[in-house]
Design a binder for this molecule. Structure first.
Ligand SMILES: Cc1cc2nc3c(=O)[nH]c(=O)nc-3n(C[C@H](O)[C@H](O)[C@H](O)COP(=O)(O)OP(=O)(O)OC[C@H]3O[C@@H](n4cnc5c(N)ncnc54)[C@H](O)[C@@H]3O)c2cc1C
Length: 452
């Protein structure tokens, strides 16, 4: 990239209200997010190995952010001062078979947790498309998988421990702390440093995954509910071209549908004859096993395998949640933008998520459908497109994914999260001087630039 292009990107970024993905300059001490589209404002990192370490660090700092596995595409995790890494705190703390819970240190990733649980005979209810992300980072941004009866990943949290801005330990549980707990689970990194998380678990289960190609859009329109209820988790991948869903991924829990053997046809789509990547041109080697081969839950629920690059790598992502009842209308609204979207898109994914009671979850009180976009890494083009998509979906009071790229205004966000004023009060209680705040939070949640 020449200097002129870089300066142009910078000025576009500065004029953006919410984010500034800058193409990463790959060398030296620079610290970028996973996709490399964004360079953090500092590369200074402190690693903590115990809760005591964390408390000491928190007491000394006036401003910092916890960094998870860096998989967000926007500036939600950014810090201009210093990062706290909990990578070294990645152990299970307790598994309680009677309570059906596991407690872990918060630096642990799903890729570390799932084999541990499976070995002990246990499972989580759902997973995202990839296991590489930290449990704390994923829950803080309301990360989700698919399945109309499955809440997003933070709905599995039953208790958490965090260190507040004064360096004090705070413990919150679903059974004991009601409102405060529901505020804190999807906390956007604004309430404190999460040190331990307790998750609900269930006995391990076996799954099969089938992929179907070329589902006509007319079938989706007429049979959306039947398609979505056909499996424990359903993902629809489309490039919005040629009136079709390119790939339908059905993840079947064998105990739910022991008789399901992947018929040759599914609502006009044809069963794939080999493993596929959601982006058809890419190798399926990176993907979890398909073709109806039985396997354990954590090797079927994500699309991508641990130890391999998930998705495309060099990409951008956006995702929007609409009420489930508006699913078909919202999908058709995006399809109308196919000519504008097509040239910049790698693939889109449509998923369903059950309603929850977590204040800052995009699925708060609302069974939802999410429409996701994996974009080519061309921020100026994507930045022009997002407002078009957001306008098409405005009628459905669309909410964006907290960890992905969007241009919805802070005022609109506030209008769409009824508990946001109370969330701000809760943040003021745990962090009165804005130690955990950054530009993203100040702009979108606190609506002030002054504390950045
Ligand atoms: C290839 C790819 C695929 C993806 N697939 C999905 C998907 O299927 N579904 C979906 O919903 N999302 C998906 N995402 C988005 C991803 O799940 C979220 O961005 C998630 O937040 C990533 O977790 P992280 O640990 O990398 O978070 P980071 O980006 O490191 O941090 C996110 C936020 O969490 C905070 N945080 C992290 N740890 C702590 C802690 N211990 N205490 C307090 N705050 C903390 C950070 O400060 C920051 O605010 C995908 C992203 C990529 C790159």
């Amino acid at each position: 990239m020449n200097k002129r292009t870089f300066l142009k990107l910078c000025s576009a970024a500065v004029s953006s209200r919410i984010l500034s993905p800058i193409i990463a300059w790959s060398s030296g001490n620079r610290l970028t997010n996973w996709a490399g589209n964004f360079e953090y404002s500092t590369a200074k990192q402190h690693s903590a190995n115990s809760v005591k370490d964390i408390q000491e660090f928190v007491r000394k700092q006036t401003k910092f952010k916890v960094l998870g596995t860096r998989h967000c595409f926007n500036k939600i995790a950014d810090s201009t001062s210093e990062f706290l890494s909990l990578k070294g705190m990645d152990r299970p703390v307790a598994l309680d078979p009677d309570a059906r819970t596991v407690t872990i240190e918060s630096g642990m990733t799903y890729g570390q947790l799932c084999p541990y649980l499976d070995n002990q005979g246990w499972a989580l209810h759902n997973l995202a498309s990839l296991p590489h992300i930290s449990v704390a980072g994923a829950c803080s941004t309301a990360t989700h998988g698919s399945g109309e009866k499955n809440g997003n990943l933070p709905t599995a949290v039953s208790a958490l421990e965090m260190v507040n801005a004064a360096g004090e330990i705070v413990q919150l549980s679903r059974s004991g702390d009601g409102e405060m707990f529901r505020a804190a689970v999807v906390g956007l990194g604004a309430l404190g440093v999460i040190t331990k998380i307790t998750l609900n678990i269930q006995p391990r289960f076996t799954m099969k995954q089938y992929v179907y190609e070329d589902l006509p859009l007319s079938e989706l329109k007429d049979h959306f509910d039947a398609i979505e209820s056909a499996a424990y988790s359903v993902s629809l991948f489309t490039d919005w071209q040629r009136n079709r869903i390119n790939e339908v991924w059905l993840k079947i829990r064998m105990q739910d549908k022991p008789e399901f053997n992947g018929p040759a046809e599914f609502f006009g789509a044809k069963r794939a004859t080999k493993n596929l990547h959601p982006i058809a041109d890419l190798s399926a080697e990176n993907c979890t096993e398909q073709m109806g081969v039985p396997g354990t839950w954590y090797e079927r629920l994500p699309h991508f395998r641990m130890g391999f690059t998930p998705s495309a790598g060099k990409e951008l992502q956006s995702e929007y949640f609409v009420p489930r009842k508006n699913a078909v209308d919202a999908i058709l609204a995006v399809e109308r933008l196919r000519d504008q979207v097509g040239p910049h898109l790698l693939i889109s994914e449509i998923r369903t998520i059950a309603a929850d009671d977590l204040w800052m979850s995009p699925c708060h009180n609302q069974p939802s459908v999410s429409i996701h976009f994996t974009w080519k890494q061309d921020w100026p083009a994507v930045r022009r497109l997002l407002p078009l998509i957001e306008r098409e979906l405005e009628f459905f009071r669309v909410r964006p994914h907290w960890g992905k790229l969007f241009t919805i205004s802070p005022a609109t966000l506030h209008a769409r999260y009824e508990r946001l004023p109370q969330f701000v009060e809760m943040c003021q209680k745990y962090d009165p001087h804005g130690k955990f705040r950054n530009e993203f939070l100040n702009t979108n949640i606190f609506r002030t630039k002054s504390m950045a």
